[in-house]
Design a protein around this ligand. Structure first.
Ligand code: GLU
Length: 551
């Protein structure tokens, strides 16, 4: 009786590993092409950190003409959430991070290196486990969970390293004959890796992000196949990233400490090791303390949050690139009009300790991005958002022609308006331009320098009766406001006022402010000339009457 007999007894029907080695050959790609992936577990909402990893992986693949794929890691079936895979894929697609290969939904996938969901790869893992058993590098372990707990307690009491290793690895030295007997007698078991490592020896490892790191060798006989026949993360990682021909494993840095084990697994299985890049998590400043963005505490940790708030996807992607590479900001400054696709992300420029997520900055990016959109695009995107989240905005936007005019104010020029950071800002920013909405709401007028009732009335009356003409161009329009100011004893130029403040009550700018507030009930709006052109004289008249009544 030898290891081969044992392997055949445990996995009688498994294929030879050569079958899989041939089925999934080396990829035929140009020199330097990066094959990488994200490997999410289907356990619920997509975390912004998942999108971040997806973005990094996709960019590297695209920039090097490589491959980006998605593998669903569902070996912990108790934690699986319904439809989570579909949601992950939809989020990626929505943000322009379509994988080249991987699952498309819960059941279907695309690509030659699949299946891309671990529960569908059970036979593959078992073949490799069989192979390791047949060469004496893996073995069945009959320890029950209770025995495991006893071992742990003894180790704790003796203050020694926990785990299944060395003298603690009870099942490691059972003879093949005895093992076969136990199995035939129906004893339950799992499969463990027989680690060749020694804790007192060190290995050197180079991580693309973290740099050079030293670790003790792994000496733990970790579980590779669990009682349910499925692999553990570690084993599946080695098999999958080998067979899927991953060149770069880019993953969260909580896995950095597992590198010694993973290198050992690759080595014992006879696989070439991939390069590793361990990404620090996105951090948050929580009242002075830096901590990980948390699924539980922070709504902005969920990708859905950005959708609900109406933060444009372009802004989210641009901001994540900002976090990923600190040189992105300079690149953007030098190339304000280029698409982010042209930015070459560099893994070795990623933060080692974790970049801070700053909502204010993200919204600022949103403002700049939206300021570059055409009125048509702003219209379409706001309408799509409104249909899902804001019925009132949806009804405002019903009149497309009018809405395009409103959204077109100060757009398409050198210094476009920058007052919208997210689609949920749109209503507040445009609602005053809609007569129905404006007239049905009780307005609150807060006049500033000029706030005397009679002065205001005079300005409004005179302006609409004598000066306003819809055919005026912008220069004429402004000259008329100056004349109005002059006629009522205000300085026609700010300069004149400053030179001689005693001679005037106020200046032309203050007169404009009165007009602006009476028209819109706000002191801050985009270009008033354009606003008047869009509203038209009739609406202006009505608005002035209402403003006067409210005095
Ligand atoms: N399923 C693992 C996780 O979600 C994947 C780690 C990896 O990318 O290898 O953390």
């Amino acid at each position: 009786m030898d290891y081969k007999d044992l392997a055949n007894l445990i996995f009688p029907d498994s294929k030879e590993i050569s079958y899989y080695e041939e089925k999934y050959p080396e990829r035929d790609l140009p020199e330097g092409a990066i094959v990488t992936r994200i490997a999410p577990s289907p356990t619920g909402f997509t975390h912004i950190g998942g999108l971040y990893q997806g973005l990094i992986a996709k960019k590297l693949a695209v920039n090097t003409k490589g491959v980006f794929f998605v593998r669903i890691e569902d070996t912990d079936q108790k934690r699986e959430v319904k439809n989570a895979t579909t949601e992950i894929i939809e989020s990626l697609n929505k943000y322009g991070l379509e994988p080249d290969e991987g699952m498309l939904n819960e059941t279907e996938g695309k690509g030659e290196y699949g299946p891309y969901k671990q529960s569908l790869r059970k036979e593959i893992y078992q073949s490799y486990a069989k192979y390791l058993i047949s060469i004496g590098k893996a073995y069945p372990c009959f320890c029950t969970p209770e025995e495991g707990e006893q071992i742990r307690q003894k180790q704790e009491a003796a203050k020694i390293r926990p785990g299944y290793y060395g003298v603690w690895a009870k099942c490691r030295n059972i003879t093949v004959e005895e093992v076969i007997e136990k199995i035939k007698a129906g004893e339950k078991y799992i499969i463990r890796f027989k680690s060749p490592g020694r804790e007192d020896r060190k290995i050197k490892h180079h991580d693309i992000i973290k740099g050079n790191v030293d670790f003790p060798e792994n000496d733990q006989d970790i579980v590779i196949i669990k009682a349910d026949g499925l692999p553990t993360y570690h084993f599946a990682h080695a098999i999958d990233d080998h067979l899927m021909r991953t060149t770069h494993v880019i993953r969260g840095d909580e896995w950095l400490s597992s590198v010694p084990l993973h290198l050992q697994l690759f080595h014992e299985l006879g696989f070439k090791t991939p390069k590793y890049a361990h990404i620090a998590p996105i951090m948050k400043n929580d009242e002075g303390n830096k901590r990980k963005l948390s699924k539980r505490k922070d709504p902005e940790a969920a990708v859905n949050y950005y959708d609900e708030e109406g933060i444009p996807k372009e802004a989210v992607i641009e901001y994540l690139l900002n976090i990923a590479n600190s040189n992105f900001e300079n690149w953007r400054r030098a190339n304000p009009d280029k698409s982010v696709d042209e930015f070459e992300l560099q893994l070795n420029k990623m933060s080692v300790s974790g970049a801070l997520f700053d909502m204010v900055k993200l919204l600022d990016v949103g403002k700049t991005i939206i300021s570059r959109f055409s009125a048509e695009k702003v219209y379409e995107e706001s309408l799509n958002w409104a249909k899902k989240y804001d019925k009132e905005l949806e009804s405002l936007l019903e009149d497309k022609e009018y809405s395009l005019k409103v959204l077109g104010i100060e757009r398409g020029n050198k210094k476009p308006r920058k007052d919208i950071a997210k689609w949920s800002d749109v209503k507040e920013n445009i609602s005053y331009m809609y007569d129905n909405k404006f007239f049905e709401t009780n307005q609150n007028y807060e006049y500033q320098i000029i706030n005397d009732k009679q002065d205001i009335e005079k300005i409004l009356d005179l302006y609409i009766e004598k000066y306003y003409d819809e055919n005026d161009d912008k220069q004429m329009w402004f000259d008329k406001i100056k004349e109005l100011a002059g006629e009522l004893g205000y300085a026609k130029e700010v300069k004149e006022f400053k030179a001689n403040p005693e001679a005037y009550k106020a200046h032309v700018g203050d007169v404009s402010t009165v007009l602006r507030i009476a028209l819109t009930a706000r002191s801050n709006t985009p270009d008033m000339y354009e606003i008047m052109q869009i509203l038209g004289k009739e609406s202006m008249q009505k608005r002035f009457e209402i403003a006067k009544k409210a005095l």
